[in-house]
Design a protein around this ligand. Structure first.
Ligand SMILES: NC(=O)C1=CN([C@@H]2O[C@H](COP(=O)(O)OP(=O)(O)OC[C@H]3O[C@@H](n4cnc5c(N)ncnc54)[C@H](OP(=O)(O)O)[C@@H]3O)[C@@H](O)[C@H]2O)C=CC1
Ligand SMILES: N[C@@H](CC=O)C(=O)O
Ligand code: NA
Length: 374
């Protein structure tokens, strides 16, 4: 029997998603050791904002203790460029798992891919920034138009967390279907907020208190203002619109409704924002009352109309009988209208936020890369 092939894993970001990913990586290693003993996945780097642990002898770092080891024994991280230089010298293929929401790291993806390092990530920043970055990434990736020796890139969890949204849309497009419209609820945070702030049948909590809960449950972006300003949904729609064939320039190139009160736009931190938000509960109550008077509920939705190239994000009112009104918890619902599916859309629904479900999409992407590299 030939020696197993090592694939080296470098994790950046060990928050809610990163920690859940570590559990799934441990499971995957165990499964591969039984079912595909020719593959040896080795964790060689764990990094957070201020610390890094690097296995300089390329031995596997224990997934169960690496997070605490990083906190205890981690050293100040060098610039990313230096780290990628080290990783490129690994005696086998490397996969970067970017579990941050860092824009700077995202902007390095083309260089990372050109160094032969693959990327799996739930970080939306790279795919929803200026269209030039999107083009640079996919013209560098081996699964784009880049050289076969470059890295692969997969980002399922950038839309709908672990729900198979990106893979389904790609299959629709790549099999020749014509996508005409994509609409639904694309934010786990916004879904949770409105489902609990204005549940069907009346009642509901105070808006600001629900925002705090969404953060505690791990649904929000590291800074919850990135959810409430509509930009998180705008980023997801930018990604989907691009896959559907629209050259959307950026997530700010179409109408996006923000729920940040004007008075709080100048808050210097997410914590200050959360502290002051309860003062504006009345504004949200008013929106809720207006919808109630019409026998409706209010929800935060988005849509892409492909033929007219219109993308929009914001609040809309829905009758109680509408499927969007009946969503529960952090559920997303994504409707794909296509020529093939006719007037009954292809619908994907389920939890759209949370560490475990997001990490599932990341681990699923890692499996796709491993299949390419083995
Ligand atoms: N949570 C969810 O439900 C979902 C999240 N995502 C995406 O997943 C990503 C991670 O989310 P989540 O785990 O919830 O976020 P957290 O805030 O829980 O964790 C973020 C992690 O990234 C680290 N980090 C931030 N900047 C850097 C940097 N420059 N270098 C190294 N490490 C850095 C942080 O380190 P430190 O603590 O030291 O600052 C922290 O470990 C985000 O891009 C998010 O949009 C996508 C879908 C769903
Ligand atoms: N903050 C995001 C996390 C997933 O992308 C959300 O709430 O949907
Ligand atoms: Na997804």
């Amino acid at each position: 029997m030939s020696a197993p092939k090592q694939i080296y894993i470098a994790i950046v970001g060990l928050g809610g998603v990163g920690k859940a990913f570590l559990y799934q990586l441990a499971f995957l290693r165990q499964r591969l050791s039984k079912q595909s003993p020719s593959i040896d996945l080795r964790l060689i780097l764990a990094r957070r904002s201020t610390k890094q642990l690097f296995s300089s002898n390329w031995e596997h770092l224990d997934t169960t203790t690496v997070a605490s080891q990083l906190d205890k024994n981690g050293s100040p991280p060098p610039p990313f460029n230096e780290t990628f230089g080290q990783l490129a010298r690994a005696p086998g293929k490397v996969v970067l798992v970017d579990n941050t929401s860092d824009q700077g790291l995202a902007s390095l993806y083309p260089m990372v891919l050109q160094r032969g390092i693959s990327i799996v990530t739930p970080n939306k920043k790279a795919f929803s920034d200026k269209i030039d970055l999107w083009q640079a990434i996919f013209s560098s990736a081996a699964n784009g138009t880049g050289s076969a020796s470059n890295g692969y890139v997969f980002h399922e969890s950038t839309v709908g967390a672990g729900l198979p949204v990106i893979s389904s849309l790609k299959e629709l497009v790549e099999t020749g279907d014509e996508v005409t419209k994509i609409e639904g609820v694309f934010s786990g945070t916004m879904s949770f907020l409105f489902n609990s702030f204005q549940p069907l049948g009346g009642g509901g909590g105070k808006f600001a208190a629900e925002v705090k809960k969404a953060k505690e449950l791990g649904y929000t972006e590291p800074d919850p203002r990135d959810d409430l300003n509509g930009l998180d949904v705008a980023r997801k729609l930018t990604i989907l619109a691009r896959i559907a064939g629209l050259n959307v320039e950026s997530p700010t190139s179409f109408p996006v409704q923000s729920l940040i009160p004007k008075e709080l736009e100048s808050c210097s931190s997410g914590d200050e924002f959360l502290e002051k938000l309860p003062q504006f509960d009345d504004q949200m109550d008013k929106i809720k009352e207006e919808a109630s008077k019409e026998g409706k509920v209010v929800r935060f939705v988005g849509s892409i109309d492909v033929p007219s190239k219109q993308v929009k994000v914001g609040l809309e009112k829905f009758d109680a009988s509408h499927p969007i009104a009946a969503l529960k918890g952090s559920d997303n619902i994504i409707n794909f209208y296509t020529k093939r599916y006719g007037s009954n859309p292809l619908i994907i629904q389920g939890a759209g936020a949370g560490g475990d479900v997001t990490a599932m999409g990341v681990t699923g992407d890692l499996i796709k890369v491993v299949r390419q590299l083995q």
